[in-house]
Design a protein around this ligand. Structure first.
Ligand SMILES: Cc1cc2nc3c(=O)[nH]c(=O)nc-3n(C[C@H](O)[C@H](O)[C@H](O)COP(=O)(O)OP(=O)(O)OC[C@H]3O[C@@H](n4cnc5c(N)ncnc54)[C@H](O)[C@@H]3O)c2cc1C
Length: 429
């Protein structure tokens, strides 16, 4: 029996038969790697959601011990990673360490992979030990839907990169584009919504088309979209595709992938078969596998369900799930984005502090602002404000707050860089 299964049973059984779950885990002979001396909040995942939560909890109450855990000690930002793919930016510009969070705010950082959590004994487990918590925030990001039926296995991204988690995959796609011969072909597959960053694939399509036009004359990009239409900033992307990249970019909507042969670089679909020199296959998505392992995703579901006001898990008490892994239907009409993960980090920080003090947390309020480059000179954007609605019991869009521009603009390119610096600073510095 896996520990998670045991927890499900034990939560009904332990009190009655007097068998504390700790007594079972004591036999695990794992060591407490950082004995808890005061109130402690542990945060799993040092990306946009987790780092923001850790920083804001510490800012709200510096006496609380905050331990931030990530399996990596460098975080690569997906926002602006499309620039790196086409050589407009260097990978160093999207790389962040946790030094500032440690030095400026006194957050403890651990480079470790959490393999399990136990909501009864309030512990998170690593391969070599455990850590106790009073409150736990989990922000592990996105996971991919592997599907043997169509041949999309865990090995496929080694040949056909998704570059939907930044870092190694970003650099791989960048070097494949560099090696592409003039007159070559690129195929980009857009996943079925919901997925991380709705405009992200179309920004990538624009920038790859820009790159081909400038550096690889005669080359062509085919975009096959699992959705019926461009899923975000639709009119603006359509205008960019037709006005800037006619003859370079071909967009095909509503494409169902039926088979993939990665070695042959071959994709069979409902709209015909495709081969290309470079295939950037972005798979369909779900909550990160850690959210499943931790027991935060209800049976038969794909995302972690949370309370709409506090973002506390519906599955495990005193555990808050934020960022891309959280189920939108359970708390709001927001996209899976870094800006929203940052907003959720603040909502969860308030909720955690309020719970520790035994008071009600403030009304949830979130913002999303997102820029997309459509060439080396011009960008487009969208901004939306969200607030908790008492009738719907969800965090929903506030009337006309926010907006979208009439057309792409040069000034918006400058604003995109300011936007990125601001969100990175608010999250990591
Ligand atoms: C190409 C692209 C462009 C994008 N552009 C934008 C944009 O312009 N604006 C915007 O708002 N959003 C953008 N996004 C979306 C944004 O990147 C995500 O929505 C955001 O990163 C989600 O934050 P998160 O905290 O949920 O996950 P992440 O930021 O991915 O952080 C998750 C962290 O958890 C860690 N982790 C996972 N499991 C464990 C474990 N078991 N133990 C320890 N650590 C663990 C991971 O290592 C990772 O560091 C873009 C995405 C892509 C792919």
């Amino acid at each position: 029996m896996k520990r998670r299964d045991f927890i499900k049973v034990s939560s009904f059984a332990t009190i009655g038969i007097g068998l504390g779950i700790n007594s079972v885990f004591a036999s695990d002979s794992k060591k407490d790697i950082l004995p808890k001396k005061s109130t402690r909040v542990v945060v799993i995942g040092g990306g946009f959601g987790g780092s923001t939560a850790a920083k804001n909890i510490k800012m709200l109450d510096p006496k609380i011990e905050v331990v931030l855990i990530d399996q990596n000690d460098i975080f690569y930002s997906c926002p602006m990673s499309n620039h790196v793919i086409v050589g407009m930016s260097h990978i160093k510009e999207i790389a962040f360490k946790y030094d500032n969070l440690q030095k400026k705010y006194g957050i403890k950082f651990l480079k470790k992979e959490v393999i399990e959590i136990d909501g009864n004994s309030k512990k998170v487990f690593f391969a070599d030990g455990y850590l106790s918590y009073d409150m736990l925030v989990v922000s592990p990001g996105i996971g991919f839907k592997y599907d043997d039926n169509i041949g999309y296995t865990k090995d496929v991204p080694k040949i056909l990169p998704h570059a939907w988690k930044a870092g190694e995959q970003t650099l791989k796609l960048n070097s494949m584009l560099k090696e592409l011969p003039k007159g070559g072909s690129v195929l980009l597959r857009v996943p079925k919504a919901p997925y991380r960053c709705p405009p992200g694939p179309y920004e990538r399509a624009s920038l790859i088309a820009w790159y081909l036009k400038k550096f690889k004359p005669g080359s062509k990009l085919i975009v096959i979209d699992a959705n019926e239409d461009i899923a975000s900033k639709t009119k603006l992307f359509k205008a960019a595709f037709s006005e800037l990249y006619s003859g370079v970019l071909e967009y095909i909507p509503d494409v169902e992938v039926q088979g993939i042969d990665a070695n042959k670089k071959y994709i069979k679909t409902s709209k015909g078969d495709f081969t290309a020199d470079v295939i950037n296959y972005v798979p369909d998505q779900k909550a990160n596998e850690s959210a499943f392992k931790f027991g935060l995703v209800p049976e038969g579901k794909l995302w972690a369900f949370v309370d709409a006001w506090t973002l506390e898990s519906t599955q495990i008490k005193d555990v808050y799930v934020i960022g891309d892994s959280a189920n939108r239907g359970s708390f709001g009409t927001v996209p899976h984005s870094g800006y929203i993960a940052n907003s959720m980090g603040k909502v969860a920080a308030d909720a955690v502090i309020a719970k520790l003090k035994g008071i009600k947390s403030p009304r949830p309020f979130m913002i999303n602002t997102c820029y997309s480059m459509v060439s080396d000179e011009e960008a487009i954007w969208i901004a939306t404000v969200y607030e908790y609605d008492d009738v719907k019991n969800l965090t929903v869009q506030v009337g006309n707050a926010g907006g979208i521009p009439e057309k792409r603009g040069k000034i918006d390119k400058e604003h995109q860089y300011s936007w990125a610096n601001a969100i990175w600073s608010d999250t990591f510095m």
